[in-house]
Design a protein around this ligand. Structure first.
Ligand code: LMR
Length: 325
């Protein structure tokens, strides 16, 4: 009898000891932790591990530590990473419609972007890559882009002949060509050095990226241009996601939606704070754009809309314009 009890005790202890190892989930991105995306990824880790204690371990890799631009999508489809949040400018290979977010001067501000994404048309874009194995969890904001260079870019003619670093986007290539610029598609991790060494003369990015990656240290002028947006889609490998146990999927979904909401709150609330930090460091000069200058840039880049209208769809562009109040 005693032996049976001891045996039962050992088995119980062994059973408890052999609890399954947590599911490792890798979340990779290219920006700094302080940015809206960096904050959202860390919040996802915090919430997912709280909701699924001992069942999941979220490993967050910021600053292109694990995969950089150009590698991350392939890695996701191969299952080497489970979650990414690439810029919407980097999905051109998977769906042409999402190029809408790169059209210059389409959205008045980040709130217009938010309204469009919440619309039927916007939500439809979230699932537009499922057939390619990419599951869209939600849209995550960063902010409106600012032009920068080592000379003021008040008018489009000021950009003539300059080399600009751009994300891997045909629309952005057309945007800079429309003003006589020379666009260069480069990975985000290479931007600082390319600006510092003069491989490129200028670029465009939102304030949180400018500040956290110190672009203002290697650019003399930043225009308050708000001429486009950097926004993201948080994505997962669709097959991996479909294969998850229901309780894990439920916990991760909740954590994902809450973390995206948190990241968007950071984007709305801290964009101007990042701008002020750049101004306070007084390394680059932040120059306002007059109504006339903005109108000149808008007119010069407007033909880009026509060029991509067929690929994107006129209905979608009209729906986006409606989101501007
Ligand atoms: C860029 O490449 O400039 C941005 O997409 C980086 C990012 O993820 O914000």
């Amino acid at each position: 009898m005693k032996l049976k009890l001891v045996a039962a005790g050992v088995l119980l202890a062994f059973g408890l000891g052999a609890q399954a190892a947590p599911l490792i989930i890798k979340y990779s991105h290219v920006v700094a932790d302080v940015t809206p995306k960096g904050q959202a990824a860390l919040k996802f880790k915090e919430l997912a591990e709280k909701k699924l204690p001992g069942k999941v371990e979220i490993q967050v890799f910021p600053n292109s530590q694990l995969f950089g631009d150009g590698k991350e999508m392939e890695a996701l489809l191969l299952g080497d990473v489970q979650i990414l949040a690439p810029s919407l400018a980097k999905f051109g290979k998977y769906t042409k419609q999402i190029q809408i977010f790169d059209l210059p001067f389409l959205f008045d501000d980040i709130h217009a972007v938010d309204r469009f994404q919440a619309s039927k048309e916007g939500q439809g874009l979230l699932n537009s890559m499922e057939k390619k194995g990419i599951k869209g969890f939600g849209f995550l904001h960063n902010g409106m882009k600012q032009l920068s260079a080592n000379k003021p870019l008040g008018y489009p003619t000021d950009a003539k002949g300059l080399k600009f670093r751009i994300q891997a986007s045909d629309v952005l290539e057309a945007q800079f060509k429309a003003v006589g610029g020379n666009p260069q598609k480069l990975a985000f991790a290479e931007v600082y050095q390319a600006l510092q060494t003069g491989v490129v003369d200028g670029t465009e990015n939102p304030w949180s990226n400018i500040y956290s990656k110190k672009f203002h240290e290697v650019q003399k002028y930043i225009m308050d241009s708000n001429h486009g947006v950097v926004d993201y889609m948080v994505i997962g490998n669709a097959k991996w996601w479909a294969g998850l146990p229901p309780d894990i999927q439920k916990g991760l979904s909740e954590a994902m939606l809450e973390s995206i909401k948190f990241g968007n709150k950071v984007a709305f609330e801290e964009d101007q704070a990042f701008r002020q930090k750049v101004i306070d460091e007084n390394k680059a000069k932040v120059l306002p754009m007059s109504k006339e200058q903005t109108a000149a840039w808008r007119a010069a880049t407007q033909p880009v809309w026509k060029k991509f209208e067929a690929e994107i769809g006129k209905d979608l562009i009209d729906a986006a314009l409606k989101a501007n109040k």
